[in-house]
Design a protein around this ligand. Structure first.
Ligand code: SF4
Ligand code: SF4
Length: 68
């Protein structure tokens, strides 16, 4: 199971989470979502489930399984 779940349709491509991820585990997809933005994808190998992306994203893209 992924360490971080995402709701790609909510992403507005602001880049905040990409900047703060301590493991550089977040990058942008090569496709756009229905709102016309590139959305983020997580490298599950690199991710340590720290939750910083979750607390940083202003648009509620992330969810850490097992937490609320
Ligand atoms: S949980 Fe932490 S390591 Fe994983 S993608 Fe988010 S900020 Fe990066
Ligand atoms: S902080 Fe949220 S809206 Fe901004 S790029 Fe990351 S996932 Fe997308």
């Amino acid at each position: 199971m992924s360490k971080v779940l995402t709701k790609p349709q909510r992403c507005k491509q602001c880049g905040l989470c990409v900047a703060v991820c301590p493991k550089k585990a977040i990058s942008f997809s090569s496709e756009i979502n229905t709102a016309g933005y590139l959305f983020t994808v997580i490298d599950d190998e690199a991710c340590i489930a720290c939750g910083i992306c979750y607390t940083t994203c202003p648009d509620g893209v992330y969810e850490i399984p097992g937490t609320k």
